[in-house]
Design a protein. Structure first.
Length: 270
């Protein structure tokens, strides 16, 4: 059963990621994948609800764990029903981001009939998922940085009219710019969901959230900076050399967050 809880969490996070990409890109293929993953989440949640009902011989709505779990299931149900009616990507993204947060809280704050063994397992698994999501986001941001750096170098060479057949190895400027955007597009929701899980894990396992810890502050700063990069590209329509420099600076901030902020952190060891 612990595996089912973990699968729900993983499928739901990927679904939210898909809706975020669809919101930014209007990608119908990604939208369909996100919808079917969300459908799988709904089925697994319903199965666990029925199983708990049969096991406990009562309606599973009595504990904080059960209440938030059902609340999240209701949001999934509503979003699945309205998905075909409203065709509003931003609605799907917002509702499911809230649902994912509620589900995350419910799975690591068990109470009442939930065993302490299950509580310990879920808290440990949340820490693993938290770290895994952050590592994946760092990987995506690194790829994004690489494309932006290639853009900066090629832009400089073209501006100075330095030609050569080897210049073609850098790729087209527009393709480099677009690829850098896609890397950040994937990395941002991974970082966001990872930070959410980390905050919830800290509140449960430690008893308080050290908001003024350097690592936490710098992580949310990275989130804001990359969010600004995506907004400038997608909403403001900004393109070119300055945007590539901005993305490069964002990656340098990410490196500072990863390597240096831990030195001043009393909460994180890396």
């Amino acid at each position: 059963m612990n595996m089912l809880y973990a699968l729900i969490l993983v499928f739901y996070s990927i679904s939210v990621l898909g809706y975020f990409i669809d919101f930014m890109q209007n990608n119908q293929k990604v939208n369909r994948v996100a919808f079917w993953l969300l459908s799988v989440v709904w089925i697994l949640q319903l199965f666990l609800f029925i199983r708990r009902f049969l096991t406990l011989d009562r309606l599973p709505l009595m504990t904080a764990f059960e209440g938030m779990f059902v609340y999240a299931w209701i949001l999934v149900t509503v979003s699945l029903v309205l998905n075909r009616m409203l065709k509003m990507n931003v609605f799907m993204l917002l509702v499911n981001a809230i649902g994912f947060t509620l589900l995350s809280i419910s799975l690591i704050s068990p109470a009442g009939d939930v065993s302490q063994q299950l509580a310990d397992v879920l808290i440990t698994e949340f820490l693993v998922v938290h770290v895994s999501l952050l590592m994946l986001s760092y990987g995506a941001f690194t790829v994004s940085f690489a494309f932006s750096l290639l853009y900066v170098v090629q832009h400089k060479l073209l501006k100075r009219k330095i030609w050569g057949t080897w210049l073609e190895k850098f790729g087209n400027l527009s393709n480099l710019e677009r690829s850098a955007y896609y890397g950040a597009l994937i990395g941002l929701p991974l970082l966001f969901t990872g930070l959410i899980l980390g905050v919830i894990w800290a509140s449960v396992s430690v008893g308080a959230i050290p908001w003024f810890d350097m690592k936490i502050l710098s992580s949310f700063l990275v989130l804001i900076v990359y969010g600004a990069f995506l907004v400038q590209y997608r909403v403001a329509g900004m393109r070119g050399y300055n945007l590539a420099l901005f993305n490069t600076a964002a990656f340098l901030l990410l490196l500072i967050n990863y390597f240096l902020s831990s030195v001043f952190s009393s909460f994180h060891i890396w």
